[in-house]
Design a protein. Structure first.
Length: 129
């Protein structure tokens, strides 16, 4: 396993979101190879509105990111993971109550087999113990 770091997340910059897959209790974001599996539901910021799972328009706003290119990424304690697109941003930084399993997200599927997992209490999510 590669150590999780901004460099791994940054490898999504310039890639287009190809699909959004809702799998029972988690979400997969496919970038035509690399796949970000989100084991907590991200928030979506678009049109000046932040939407969370259960909010009206959440799924539509998330699906509107399909065919959009990642323009920047951010990874920091207190912020979590952020993918920015021209039309909005997707953020993963759960509250302690939203944590349901041992992992927050996993990024894999690169041609060189690089992959990483984000967990509560570690690295980017050191604030979630």
């Amino acid at each position: 396993m590669d150590p999780v770091g901004d460099s791994l997340l940054a490898r999504l910059i310039g890639l287009e979101l190809a699909s959004v897959v809702f799998v029972r209790d988690y979400l997969q974001l496919d970038f035509d190879g690399p796949r970000l599996s989100c084991y907590v539901w991200p928030t979506i910021d678009a049109d000046g509105i932040t939407r969370s799972l259960g909010d009206p328009g959440y799924r539509d706003t998330l699906c509107a990111l399909i065919s959009q290119t990642v323009v920047s990424t951010q990874e920091a304690v207190g912020t979590g993971l952020v993918l920015r697109f021209a039309i909005g941003a997707l953020s993963i930084h759960p509250t302690p109550e939203e944590l349901e399993g041992p992992e927050i997200a996993m990024l894999a599927g690169f041609p060189d087999r690089a992959w990483g997992v984000w967990r509560p209490g570690e690295n980017t999510f050191a604030d979630l113990e």
